[in-house]
Write a protein that binds this ligand. Structure first.
Ligand code: NAP
Length: 329
């Protein structure tokens, strides 16, 4: 349910852990808040088979944890708007959030919580074979590769986690990594090493993904040390080579780093007053669910202070006597 003529204290764009945590804190601070999400609430954690590092949960399904975030925010009466945001236009009095459906929301403060998306490998065959053997989500597509041979590209937490998930279904998982050491956390590295269905192809890159009429059937690999090339038969290619910010809605004038992540201060405030960036959208040392949730808390508390200060100033300005009526004049 939404109110067509409202001016919001806070509009949150994005319903992942960051956005939903911001909603909990904003609603508890009695801010008039709306949260806009174009797809399912929960964001990327919906795609995680299992989460084992969110404090308080030794093991919880990604979709289950996402639902807990949603239920928590809803328990405070969250106003949810299911739409795509077309633009965020900063203003002096209010910021405007333009919805693709045509509506415009006015808000004192806006939290951008749009997260990020998988980075592409940028090799021939990748785009054309997406959905035909090329995937960016093991939980979504792993089922189609039961008892088959797959490649996972990348050496970070995502590649290892998704590779371990695929190893439960596939016959064999080859982790193709461009260096001789994984970037992933030690515990994931140990699990990969201990999984007899996983094999790491060190110092190796995928140069091309090839197919026949049935979809992906092989990859062309290059050894980064010897520069030797070879073709390897394979049924599927899962790509986890990093992450790019979904920064399309970030207004011009907000500072970003060279990779497109938004630069904020410690309170998640951007370079435009009243606009905040949280979670995987902003420049930070690590990308974790708990950090997105913490960002949401910080931005909402900071926004609450910002909105109260603005309102107090507006009230004071309204009460001020015109100079001609002031005592002694
Ligand atoms: P990441 O940590 O940036 O790792 C990307 C991996 O892909 C790196 O190993 C990198 O190699 C490799 N790579 C990048 N470009 C490549 C290319 N063009 N060709 C071949 N390989 C390429 O990304 P991520 O694994 O998606 O993780 C993103 C963030 O989310 C991290 O902060 C991570 O800790 C976090 N995360 C955490 C968990 C968890 O805690 N369970 C799970 C998933 C993600 P190099 O190592 O050589 O650079």
């Amino acid at each position: 349910m939404s109110d067509n003529n409202a001016i919001y204290d806070l509009v949150i764009i994005g319903g992942g852990p960051g956005g939903l945590s911001a909603a909990v804190y904003a609603l508890r601070a009695a801010l008039k808040t709306a949260l806009i999400e174009r797809a399912a609430h929960g964001g990327q954690i919906n795609l995680s088979d299992s989460v084992e590092n969110y404090p308080g949960f030794t093991h919880v399904g990604g979709a289950e944890l996402a639902m807990k975030f949603v239920e928590h925010a809803r328990s405070y009466g969250l106003e949810e708007i299911s739409d795509e945001v077309a633009a965020v236009e900063p203003g002096l009095s209010y910021h405007t959030v333009q919805l693709a459906g045509g509506r415009a929301l006015l808000a004192h403060a806006v939290i951008l919580a749009t997260g990020g998306s998988p980075r592409k490998l940028e090799v021939p065959g990748e785009d054309a074979l997406y959905g035909k053997g090329v995937s960016y989500c093991a939980v979504c597509d792993g089922f189609f590769f039961r008892n088959k041979n797959v490649i996972v590209v990348g050496g970070g937490d995502s590649a290892c986690e998704e590779g371990l998930y695929l190893a439960k279904l596939a016959q064999k998982v080859y982790l193709v990594h461009r260096r001789d050491a994984l970037r992933a956390s030690r515990i994931l590295q140990q699990r990969v090493a201990a999984d007899c269905k996983m094999e790491v192809l060190w110092n190796t890159v995928v140069e091309e993904i090839l197919a026949d009429a049935g979809g992906v059937n092989s990859v062309r690999l290059r050894d980064t040390k010897s520069q030797d090339r070879r073709e390897m038969p394979i049924d599927g290619v899962f790509i986890f080579v990093g992450f790019e910010p979904n920064n399309q809605l970030v207004p011009a004038g907000i500072r970003k780093n060279s990779e497109g992540f938004v630069i904020t201060d410690a309170q998640c405030a951007t370079s435009i007053p009243g606009i905040y960036a949280i979670g995987d959208l902003r420049e930070k040392y690590a990308r974790q669910i708990v950090l997105s949730a913490a960002d949401g808390c910080m931005a909402a508390l900071s926004a609450a202070h910002y909105v109260e200060t603005r309102k107090a100033k507006t009230d004071a300005d309204a009460c001020e006597l015109p100079a001609s009526l002031a005592v002694g004049k």
